[in-house]
Design a protein around this ligand. Structure first.
Ligand code: SF4
Length: 159
């Protein structure tokens, strides 16, 4: 939905807006993303917290594909010790997508390589810093709903 002034509305990863929501209790603050929120052009969400996971929490990766495969029940989100967090990730993605829709977001700026927010590349489930093509679970859901999605790294390159 375009705003009356023609501006775009965004949903953004909460950790990019300064929330210490990451698995290790840190943020990945981006001054440009914070400005979008301050100006009322973006809503911050953390799908993993919305899915009921604590902070800090164990790191998790998608095993067997990307977010689209998780949505299709063909891949799981696991911690290094094998705990299955797939249900939390699915619930959090649905909650975050609902808030994005309520806000009227048509684009998303999401934290790169996260199993929820990754866009185009995610860790491969080996917990060895290896990356494969694919999206996080929220990213896959937002794409399915027709939103344009970019990483914070891509956003920083836009004039
Ligand atoms: S789930 Fe997304 S918003 Fe939440 S901490 Fe991870 S990358 Fe940031």
């Amino acid at each position: 939905m375009a705003r009356p002034n023609g501006g775009e509305r965004y949903v953004v990863s909460a950790c990019l807006a300064g929330a210490r929501s990451r698995f290790d209790g840190t943020s990945k603050r981006s001054a440009r993303v914070e400005r979008l929120v301050r100006d009322g052009e973006a809503i911050p969400v953390c799908p993993e917290q919305l899915g009921g996971l604590p902070t800090p929490r164990p790191a998790a990766e998608i095993a067997g594909g990307g977010g689209a495969a998780v949505l299709a029940d063909r891949a799981r989100v696991l911690t290094a010790n094998g705990s299955d967090l797939t249900a939390n990730f699915l619930r959090g993605a649905e909650e975050a997508a609902a808030l994005a829709e309520l806000f009227g977001a048509t684009s998303a700026i999401l934290k790169s390589r996260s199993p929820s927010c990754g866009c185009g590349a995610v860790y491969d489930g080996s917990f060895k810093d290896r990356v494969v093509d694919g999206d996080g679970v929220l990213t896959a859901l937002l794409r399915r709903k027709g939103l344009k999605v970019m990483t914070e790294e891509e956003f920083e390159k836009i004039g």
